[in-house]
Design a protein around this ligand. Structure first.
Ligand code: DOR
Ligand code: ZN
Length: 351
């Protein structure tokens, strides 16, 4: 902290509208980083086995709260993993009790632990109708799983083949397009009206597919949806920094241990909860849009989820020298590499 402060920005304390906390020793190892910089987070349900029922969500919430270090405050907003067997009555019970904030739709096979996801959308129509009625949002992993569709096209094809028909059939359903990664995703979200929102991750604002593939294969930049071409990254930056209330932060911070990432068939996921706010301040400054950081990280999400913005504030400080983040953190489950934005980070959260 001895380096000179050259700029300061105070914003409403952020929330993370898409977060993987995992369970057990990994949960214990990572939760402090989210609790430090975010008041609330939408907790992804793709555990093994997945968080399917209201009772599952209640038990998982208790494990999360039990792993929170003493003195830290954090509100996990629980989601249920939508399956073809999800019971509309259980969803209603979870929503009414305030325990369940959203449901998560994984097309079966789209990503990590998505085997229990949806294959036949007719089978979940009853649940979607109940959600439309109660205003409960559906968080959508928007990629088709058809092996004949190129992985870089899976988001755009999902919009045409699945998302748009689903929304036409359920116009009152409130939908969040999770981690949009393409210009097409941005354009569709922007035109979708009040019932459609979109999260954008930290890393998709910073890397394009070259980070994964050019000059060697770099597993720590591999996630799903996979980072796309530069034109798409630029569209995401424009959307995030525009102030448009459609777009809000969902880090998709998704820790896997290094051995699971660094192998012949490595896991998808990038761990960013530790340095997201520093990365975002850098990106928004680069775009000449520091004044829009608060909307993206702290205000637009609560509006979509019909919640109040946090009463607490956060101050970000820019130093004249880079601030240090570890290359990796140690957890009881093993080491987890921290997202490297490939530029020096001079912004830090004042503690
Ligand atoms: O990169 C990803 N990691 N994308 C996902 O959709 C899932 C996540 C995970 O759970 O590891
Ligand atoms: Zn995710």
């Amino acid at each position: 902290m001895s380096d000179t402060e050259i700029q300061r920005l105070t914003i409403t304390k952020p929330d993370d509208w898409h977060l993987h906390l995992r369970d057990g020793e990994m949960l214990e190892g990572v939760i402090r980083y989210s609790a430090r910089d975010f008041s609330r987070a939408i907790i992804m349900p793709n555990l093994v086995p997945p968080v399917v029922t209201t009772d599952d969500a209640s038990a998982y919430r208790e494990r999360i709260m039990a792993s929170l270090p003493a003195g830290m405050e954090f509100s996990p907003l629980m989601t249920l993993y939508l399956t073809e067997d999800t019971d509309p009555a259980d969803v209603e019970k979870g929503a009414e009790s305030g325990l369940v904030t959203a449901l998560k739709l994984y097309p079966a096979g789209a990503t990590t632990n998505s085997q229990s996801g949806v294959r036949d959308f007719d089978k979940v129509q009853g649940v979607l109708e109940k959600m439309a009625e109660t205003g409960l949002p559906l968080c959508v992993h928007g990629e088709v799983t058809d092996p004949s569709v190129d992985i870089f096209d899976r988001e755009a094809v999902f919009i045409d083949r699945v998302l748009d028909p689903l929304r036409q059939r359920n116009p009152q359903l409130r939908v969040v397009m999770e981690h949009v990664t393409t210009r097409q995703g941005v354009e569709y979200a922007r035109a979708g009206g009040d019932n459609l929102g979109a999260t954008i991750t930290t890393h998709h604002l910073i890397i394009n597919r070259n980070a994964i593939l050019a000059g060697g294969i770099r597993p720590h930049y591999y996630c799903l949806p996979v980072a796309k071409r530069e034109e798409h990254r630029l569209a995401l930056r424009e959307a995030a920094t525009s102030g448009d209330a459609t777009f809000f932060l969902g880090t998709d911070s998704a820790p896997h241990t290094d051995p699971l990432k660094e192998q012949a068939c490595g896991c998808a996921g990038i761990f960013t909860s530790i340095n997201t706010m520093s990365c975002l301040a850098h990106v928004f400054e680069e775009e000449g849009a520091l004044d829009q950081l608060e909307a993206f990280a702290s205000l637009n999400g609560p509006v979509f989820y019909r919640m109040k913005a946090n009463p607490e504030m956060m101050t970000l400080v820019k130093r004249d020298k880079p601030v240090g983040f570890p290359d990796r953190i140690q957890t009881g489950a093993g080491p987890v590499t921290v997202f490297d934005p490939m530029f020096p980070l001079c912004w830090e959260v004042a503690r």
